[in-house]
Design a protein around this ligand. Sequence first.
Ligand code: KG4
Ligand code: ZN
Length: 373
Amino acid sequence: MNIFKITILASLIHFLYYNNTMKNVKYKLFSEEPVQIGPESGYDNYIMAIESSCDETACAIVENGRKVISNVVASQIKTHAQFGGVIPEIAAREHMDSINIVIEEALKQAKENANLEPHDITAFAGTVGPGLVGCLLVGLNAAKTLALTYDKPFIGVNHLNAHLCGNYLDTDLKPPFMALLVSGGHTQIIDVKSYSEQTILGETIDDAVGEAYDKVARLIGLPYPGGPKLDKLAQEGNPFAYKLPESKVDGYNFSFSGLKTAVLRLVKSFGGKDIPVNDICASFQETVSSTLLHKLKKALKQSGYKQVVIAGGVAANSEIRKKIFALENEGYKVFAPPMKYCTDNAAMVASCAYFNTNTFDDIDTEVFSRVKN
Ligand code: KG4
Ligand code: ZN
């Protein structure tokens, strides 16, 4: 082939790629053999994913983005509880200890559940960020190594997108829909237009919801992880015992630091004696859940969408779930992942690798710690 033909071919590939015509085609790493991935591929895809962005080491295999073949999570909660929060260096070391175990267990489950062997896997995926860099590196390098070993494509996945995709697992959810993403690091209202097209309508300008839960839990003396414990106590209290301030931020953005300070003042006002912990937790939970729902409803009305989803670790919260499911009485179809897919897991990462096929896919893809705009 002469240089003229090569140039035309290169331009054509470039044109097709950037017009998304080829976005679903990934390549085997050594042989450069094309592999079709995604809902339009027409092939059954089995994606093995690894998640290690914070304090869970997880590995899962998912068929066509929805059917979970295996799902293994090793939690580090016990280790970090003694420090009152996640210590990044210790977390990274624990990932090192657990990574091979979760991979082996996921492969064992896949063999038992679907007679699936490693060479049957279509592609290997790993979380690239946002998260703790040392932790991400462990999982991502494991995923890349598997891709190289089995000569399959590698797909890097954004952790926040993955949380949203947790809603595709075991459901028939299809975009468009409005999403409320609430985790330890993020609070966002997202307009999901298609599997790969989404717009963030609003987010927190200070603390994330999970962060606010964990901080309030700490100031009333609850052990790490505070969010679920605060939720439990709140269910025993009176949600209208104390009037706490709702954030006054415009549009679809949120702010939770003022609420956190108000709880601090309230706790101090008891001078350390007979603090009505359950009522304080219930009032805090009522304020947070009302604020979230208020803005989410506004976004739903504006968009005209009839489907709404909740995602992220805080989607496990009882009151937020109750309020969002109440939207079904107003004619909306509500999706919320079961508890095991709310907190960090790899099944959601595998689903995301399948549906968001135009994410990263170079073997030298780097990890990142913060949200990329
Ligand atoms: O999504 P996730 O597992 O990790 C991040 O990506 O951040 O979310 C963890 C966060 C923590 O802040 C935890 O306290 C919170 O989710 N969380 C809860 C509940 N379960 C987990 N917050 C309130 N109520 C819960 N039931
Ligand atoms: Zn998460």
